[in-house]
Design a protein around this ligand. Structure first.
Ligand SMILES: [Zn+2]
Length: 359
């Protein structure tokens, strides 16, 4: 399978990428809404650039790029929640390298929007890196939110817009990845249009019960603070459970590392502190994803209520229900936005459920 065939639902972007293959410029900016397969598109194009056949999908080069094992395709890593100046300097350092075996050094930088923010020097440093690239280096940047603040960076790149994925697109992608068709449909529906999330859900047997828990929230809010707090505890515990597969995978990785280092004197792989930092980042990220999944589920429930009210014959009770559901949607939307700034999940959940309970 050609590497571009993985990009279901992105025909326009694929046409544009194919056209650029013969004479690529030194920087491409992939942008699309959260959950569109921005990262997949970047990786597929990286494989197409390096593969002698333009992305056949089956040669060693393609396979190595697609699995993240190709040394000439480097995914930039950051330490914190946003890109710091040291991260950008590290990008600059690897970008100056010459390719080892492939035609190019391809540097992937996802979530570029995290360089901006209040007067960040990282954006300026990144811009400088993009302006003076070595001739055989190509940058592939990924962005979900293409704000005005990124205009200067955008102006240095060819932009590749990606479409939002429908639940049907996501279901099809999962089925190609050999997920059972029924599981693929449930996961795609529950993913809120987010492919990465859908992939996780497809491998997670507890997803249906967590979805049911979130769906039961509006019914179970009885207007009392103690009722709301009981739900907060339940949801918090459900999020803990949801993280178990990730934590087991991390523990297995730790064991493998210590076995390897016991077997040889030389240290292999990144230092322990880096791995621990990455693990903490993964856990934090997974908790936020799980919370967002719940908020998307809540939005679906209240959205359904608004829809039902619209299609019922008008009377004052229906009007009242409609108004309450609209107010609830607004509260959930605000909570969703808070997930990108707050680290205190319990506080966010308590605020949310207390407010919803008062409606
Ligand atoms: Zn190939």
């Amino acid at each position: 399978m050609d590497v571009f065939e993985r990009l279901v639902g992105q025909e326009k972007a694929v046409t544009s990428l194919r056209a650029h293959l013969a004479h690529p410029v030194h920087a491409f900016l992939f942008h699309g809404p959260a959950g569109a397969n921005v990262h997949d598109a970047m990786v597929s194009f990286a494989a197409a650039l390096q593969c002698p056949e333009g992305g056949c999908g089956s040669c060693d080069v393609c396979r190595r790029v697609l699995t993240g094992a190709e040394a000439d395709v480097i995914e930039a890593q950051r330490e914190g929640v946003s890109w710091l100046i040291d991260d950008v300097h590290e990008i600059e350092r690897v970008a100056r390298r010459r390719p080892l075996a492939c035609p190019y050094v391809v540097v992937l930088i996802d979530e570029v929007e995290l360089t901006v923010g209040s007067g960040s020097p990282s954006a300026a440093a990144l811009l400088k890196t993009l302006e003076e690239p070595p001739s055989r280096t190509i940058f592939l940047l990924g962005v979900n939110d293409l704000s005005d603040e990124l205009a200067t960076i955008e102006s240095r790149c060819v932009t590749i817009p990606l479409a939002a994925l429908s639940a049907a697109d996501i279901g099809e992608i999962l089925q190609r990845e050999e997920v059972d068709p029924k599981v693929a449909t449930v996961s795609a529906d529950a993913s809120g249009g987010d492919l990465e999330r859908a992939r996780l859900l497809a491998r997670d047997p507890g997803v249906a019960s967590r979805q049911a828990l979130w769906r039961s929230v509006p019914e179970r809010l009885d207007g009392t603070a103690s009722g709301a707090m009981r739900l907060v505890d339940e949801i918090h515990a459900a999020i803990d459970d949801a993280l178990q597969p990730l934590q087991e995978r991390q523990a297995a990785e730790e064991r493998r590392r210590s076995e390897e280092s016991a077997g040889s004197r030389r240290r292999s792989g990144p230092p322990r502190a880096d791995v621990e930092r990455r693990h903490r980042r993964e856990v934090r990220r997974a908790r936020i994803d799980e919370l967002r999944f719940g908020l998307v589920t809540l939005t679906q429930v209240y959205g359904q209520r608004v829809g039902d009210a619209v299609s019922s014959p008008p009377d004052s009770r229906v009007d009242q229900r409609m108004e309450t559901s609209m107010a609830a949607l607004e509260i959930v939307e605000l909570a969703y936005r808070r997930t990108s700034t707050t680290l205190d999940e319990v506080l966010l959940l308590s605020d949310l459920l207390l407010q919803l309970g008062r409606l």
